[in-house]
Design a protein around this ligand. Structure first.
Ligand SMILES: Nc1ncnc2c1ncn2[C@@H]1O[C@H](COP(=O)(O)OP(=O)(O)OP(=O)(O)O)[C@@H](O)[C@H]1O
Ligand SMILES: [Mg+2]
Length: 404
């Protein structure tokens, strides 16, 4: 099929299906090998019409490879790519109707902003009038009307990125893929631009897949986030779920600072060292006596000088304040947990800890943050003893054979 016919077919289909709740993009059981090295293992996810999915993962985890497979720039070893119900796995890149926006915007340096935006339509031999109309609409959409006659070198990074998006939207892609689109920009511009792009995508209702390794960006940009670790999906969910209900230790520590402590499941509570934290767990998944880990964020820690605890605050230990630092809106404390006795037959060295916070390598310390008003109301000092309670936590089953 010629590119032009393809476009007409695509547009008709898009119109017919714009109200359908069918998935815009499905990746089904995709695996990828380079030579003998497996880089993707059984990747499956779906993106709904108008949805923004973020692929979040460390460098080399396989994010770009996933995008390249969707775009048709790379063939999967097994699995399928389906766009609006059509299996495109065998189709070449230019027939897929996928718009890709990379970190380097790759604008044509010798073309003005409006020529850049209209380029895709000109090579598709659209009518002059139609091109002009579309370009005008897109210039307005990305708010670059006043810059239409400029060349890319005369634009800021954020403006160049908006031209790149407008140029891609011009040929009405079925899905937009963004590979680290804000990587080249300073923090302030990044934040500003990602909000703008999010608003823009909501307006045009085109599904989008973003790649980032910036967790804050992922949480803000995505309707859902897929955390990728070494070629497989660790967890996929809303930003709220990923942050507050991490399914694995990897997800918990990849998304910001997380405190992890060993615990043991009992009938109606968890034993954390010598403390008991009431909890209701799925009895099938969490058998009594089995070892688990509890995960809690620094902001889920509540510190007090007295034994009086507010409802919903669960005491887990006493601790010594080791370090206090100010991080803008928050006070951040490092606390060394004090060992409880070994009554109940528990290990006398109950706290095993990992956090992704580099300065807190030592075991048995946890990180807590307190908002300004609280820090001002109850001043704490280094060396002071405090009672540590948690207000929220997640329980992780230990993978592998049970120890008990
Ligand atoms: N053409 C190729 N040939 C061989 N190996 C490749 C090829 N392309 C990618 N890889 C390998 O596949 C793995 C995943 O690469 P990919 O580019 O998808 O990672 P990424 O998550 O995008 O990383 P980054 O955040 O650094 O961009 C890496 O180990 C990489 O070296
Ligand atoms: Mg990459």
């Amino acid at each position: 099929m010629k590119a032009k016919e393809q476009l007409i077919v695509e547009q008709n289909r898009t119109a017919a299906e714009s109200n359908a709740s069918q998935n815009a993009t499905s990746v089904v059981g995709v695996s990828k090998r380079f030579g003998k090295t497996s880089v993707l293992e059984n990747i499956s996810f779906e993106v709904a019409e108008g949805e923004a999915l973020v692929l979040l993962g460390a460098s080399g985890s396989g994010k770009t490879t996933i995008l390249r497979i969707i775009a048709g720039l790379e063939q999967p070893y097994t699995g399928k790519v389906i766009l609006h119900g059509r299996d495109v796995t065998e189709l070449p890149a230019r027939e897929r109707g996928v718009g890709v926006i990379f970190q380097s915007y790759a604008l044509f340096p010798k073309m003005t902003v409006e020529k850049n935006i209209g380029y895709g339509l000109r090579i598709r031999k659209r009518k002059r009038k139609e091109i002009k109309k579309t370009v005008n609409e897109l210039l307005e959409l990305v708010q670059l009307q006043d810059h239409r006659k400029k060349y890319p070198s005369q634009l800021s990074g954020g403006q160049q990125q908006r031209v790149a998006i407008a140029r891609t939207l011009a040929y009405k892609p079925e899905v937009l893929l963004f590979d680290e689109p804000f990587g080249a920009l300073d923090t302030q511009t990044r934040v500003h631009l990602r909000r703008e792009i999010r608003a823009l995508l909501r307006k045009v209702n085109v599904p989008a897949i973003f790649i980032t390794h910036d967790q804050e960006e992922a949480l803000e940009l995505g309707d859902r986030v897929a955390v990728i670790n070494k070629g497989h999906i660790e967890q996929i969910g809303t930003p709220f779920e990923i942050y507050n209900k991490p399914a694995t230790e990897y997800v918990a520590t990849f998304l910001g600072a997380a405190n992890l402590l060993d615990a043991v499941v009992r009938a109606s509570h968890l034993e954390v060292g010598t403390a008991r934290v009431p909890v209701e767990l799925d009895k099938e998944q969490f058998k009594e006596g089995s070892p688990v880990k509890i995960v809690f964020r620094p902001e889920d820690v509540s510190l007090s000088k007295t034994d009086f605890l507010r409802p919903g605050h669960h005491r887990i230990a006493t601790a010594l304040v080791e370090e206090i630092s100010f991080v803008g809106a928050y006070e951040r404390l490092r606390l060394r947990l004090e060992e409880g006795g070994d009554e109940n037959g528990i290990n006398s060295d109950p706290f095993y800890l990992t956090t992704d916070t580099p300065e807190s390598q030592s075991s048995k310390s946890i990180i807590a943050t307190r908002p300004k008003p609280e820090a001002a109301a109850t001043k704490l000092h280094i060396g002071e003893r405090v009672i540590v309670a948690i207000t929220y936590f997640t329980v992780l089953a230990l993978s592998g054979p049970k120890k008990i």
